[in-house]
Design a protein around this ligand. Structure first.
Ligand code: NAI
Length: 693
């Protein structure tokens, strides 16, 4: 018979006896973060189990998860006793076996706690992983030692340095979990304990499985490359390698390294971005529960973006109806999409069954009527106001009133676009980035009349697509492209004033961006901006500085990579500086009466950052961006800004105020006529850099 002795909960961990087995249930809503109270509760619970003469203990989570990770809000301060290694030491010292019963997610400190138990069982679908590296740290409670002892050093390096999350079905054959449990998790854990081969099995006492030096070296090199050689990645690799040594000293080394890294500026920046990303998808006054169900979507326009957006929807399991102008264009677009799906299956990225499901979920139409059953239709037709207005009017005519109409416009005024509709409340912007199925960022544009539940639906859809949403108001280029325009303009002015394009690009990649502005321009093609400049020529302020170099490049047929030349020459395949470009630049300087001056890499970096930060401040002042941290999220997720710097505004907040002001003054001077100074100091003062959630 079970003797069930209910004892009041020990803070965040409820303790009870189920027969001879102690049950410790962690209950720290909403995600069961491993906070100080949780750690204390586990230590107390294990002690109580000892007092009660337990023959075994089960550690499990209440609610949605085992433990979603350590509470990052504690990470800016000194950690109070018991720290996680103390908790694990208590579990290891207990005279009875402890099994961790996992469900939902077991991440970071949560997984380390489980690794410190004698056994691990998991409900199917549980996700496990050690994401610390993505937060500028390393696992600090034995993750770098216990994981390789269970699954091997190469595999541990890979999982830790990738900050990977893997499903329990993958963790089982690796040896990370000992069994999957289909039925009731607690019953399964108790049954597992009853059959456990030995009372204690400390993973710290195991030897990592043998592997060849070559395999280990290859894994280390791959992990280092993927981790861009960041200092924490180097440390993680070093410690995993050392897991063949006696555990005690290496665990102490790991803890010390973790403590140092968690207080580093890089970890601080990454935590700031983590919280910024969580905040970005919520808007005051918008109830997420008011979101409408989106079960079927329509995409109008099957070009670059339309196809990418369709791929993103299909990957999320949503049926897509694609609309094109005529039968031929529709066939081309559908064929492109089918080829992409087959290509993914061919590369093993998706299963054949998944590929078939996606192809079957895709259909096409050339008549708007064919979209009638869609809950949301997004247009990605040519960037032309008249064309878009026509498309929206047609959509309004065929769709039921509750269906949502979205636009993927890059620059156009959505308020004007929706102005001819009887019901403009149903319109919002969903600005995807190219390639739309890969890029994380999604700017969700709240037009003047967008209904709250329509916005809520856009935000929820973004999450369902696995995207990072950021809310923007209507403005030319919204948040990202508007900042990028200011950045690119500053880069071109630097070249006009004396810097070389390759020097600017090198300074930018040294700063940590994925690519420099001129390499990016060549990749996307110079013709679109050229066409825009021609359109704007009549209204341009003649007193403002104008860089003619890109126009001359275009006139010379240098439209970027696709024509084999742009800011660089691509005859050899790779980007090479070209004397012909140097001549065009020299001529432009001469015509503008400029004596070229020298720029250091640091000056280039600071001027480009000043341009970004200033434009961000203007966007916040205008209300286009809701909060300062949203700008950091946009740049880090859509524009290759180095995540480990936390975003441009986080970076700016770390600079000395006087130095930043000097940079902003230099920006104002060099941009000259027409420059608008944004309220940078005020914006930075409002920026939450304290890592509170
Ligand atoms: P695209 O020229 O590759 O594709 C446009 C497609 O729309 C063409 O296939 C065309 O046949 C089709 N189309 C035109 N009028 C139509 C109509 N009335 N009905 C049905 N289909 C019609 O253009 P792209 O690059 O895909 O851009 C589409 C939209 O996405 C534009 O508003 C653009 O500003 C925006 N955008 C583009 C990005 C990019 O990187 N290319 C990034 C983000 C947004």
């Amino acid at each position: 018979m079970n003797t069930r002795t209910a004892t009041p909960s020990t803070g965040k961990v409820a303790f009870r006896m189920e027969g001879s087995i102690a049950v410790l249930e962690i209950d720290n809503p909403p995600v069961n973060a491993g906070s100080h109270a949780v750690r204390e509760g586990v230590v107390t619970g294990i002690a109580k189990a000892g007092e009660a003469g337990a023959e075994g203990a089960v550690l499990l989570g209440a609610g949605r998860s085992f433990i979603a990770g350590s509470d990052l809000r504690e990470f800016n301060k000194a950690l109070a006793w018991p720290e996680l290694p103390d908790v694990i030491a208590t579990i290891e010292a207990a005279p009875f076996p402890v099994v961790a019963a996992l469900h939902g997610v077991a991440l970071g400190g949560g997984l380390e706690l489980a690794l410190g138990c004698d056994y691990r069982i998991a409900a199917p679908g549980t996700m496990v992983g050690l994401p610390e590296v993505s937060l500028g740290m390393i696992p600090g409670a034995g993750g770098t030692q216990r994981l390789p002892r269970l699954i091997g050093r190469s595999k541990a390096m890979d999982l830790i340095c990738r900050a990977a999350r893997i499903p329990a079905s993958e963790a089982l054959p690796l040896g990370l979990v000992d069994a999957l449990c289909e039925g009731d998790l607690l019953e399964g854990a108790i049954a597992f304990l009853a059959a456990a081969p030995r009372p204690k099995r400390l993973s710290r006492a195991l030897m990592p499985p043998e592997e060849t030096d070559e395999a280990l070296e290859a894994a280390a090199a791959a992990a280092l490359k993927r981790g861009k050689g960041r200092p924490n990645v180097v440390e993680a690799i070093r410690l995993v390698r050392a897991s063949t040594q006696e555990a005690g000293p290496v665990l102490a080394d790991e803890r010390e390294t973790f403590q140092k890294l968690r207080k580093s500026p890089e970890a601080h920046a990454l935590r700031s971005l983590f919280f910024a990303e969580r905040r970005a998808g919520s808007v005051a006054g918008i109830d997420p529960k008011s979101a409408r169900a989106v079960r079927r979507v329509g995409v109008v326009g099957g070009g670059t973006m339309g196809q990418g957006i369709a791929r993103a929807f299909l990957a999320a399991g949503l049926p897509v109806v694609l609309m094109e102008r005529d039968g031929a264009a529709l066939e081309t677009a559908l064929a492109g999409l089918r080829a992409a799906i087959e290509g993914q299956a061919g590369k093993g990225r998706i299963t054949e069954a998944e590929a078939t499901a996606r192809s079957e979920a895709l259909s096409g139409t050339v008549e708007a009527d064919g979209l009638a059953g869609c809950d949301l239709v997004i247009e990605a037709v040519f960037e032309d106001m008249a064309v878009k207005k026509q498309v929206l009017a047609r959509l309004e005519a065929v769709l039921p009133p509750e269906a949502i109409i979205a636009t993927n416009t890059s620059y156009l005024d959505i308020d004007e676009m929706a102005s001819g509709l009887a019901n403009p409340e149903r319109v919002l912007g969903l600005h995807f980035f190219s390639p739309a199925d890969i890029m994380k960022l999604l700017e969700v544009v709240r037009a003047a009349k967008t209904a709250p539940e329509v916005l809520a639906t856009g935000l929820k859809l973004a999450r369902n697509l696995g995207k990072q949403p950021v809310v923007a108001r209507v403005a030319e280029g919204f948040i990202g492209n508007r900042i990028y325009a200011a950045y690119r303009r500053r880069a071109e002015l630097l070249v006009l004033d004396g810097a070389r394009p390759e020097q600017v690009d090198a300074a930018v990649t040294d700063f940590g961006f994925a690519m420099g502005p001129f390499a990016v321009a060549d990749m996307s093609g110079l013709d679109i901006a050229w066409a825009m400049r021609k359109r704007q020529a009549a209204t341009r302020d003649p007193a403002a500085r104008y860089v003619t170099i890109p126009d001359r490049l275009c006139e010379a047929g240098r439209l970027g990579r696709k024509t084999g030349a742009g800011w660089y020459d691509y005859a050899s395949g790779a980007a090479q500086p070209d004397p012909a470009v140097a001549a065009i630049i020299a001529e432009a300087r001469e015509r503008a009466g400029i004596t070229p001056r020298d720029f250091t890499a640091e000056e280039i970096q600071h001027q480009l950052m000043a341009a970004i930060v200033n434009e961000a401040a203007l966007l916040l002042e205008e209300g286009v961006a809701v909060r300062a941290s949203d700008v950091d999220v946009v740049l880090a997720n859509g524009y290759g800004f180095p995540r480990w710097r936390g975003g441009p505004l986080h970076w700016a907040a770390q600079q000395e105020a006087a130095a930043l002001e000097a940079d902003l003054n230099e920006l104002a001077r060099d941009v000259g006529h027409g420059h608008r100074a944004g309220p940078v100091a005020r914006v930075l003062a409002e920026l939450d850099t304290g890592n509170e959630s």
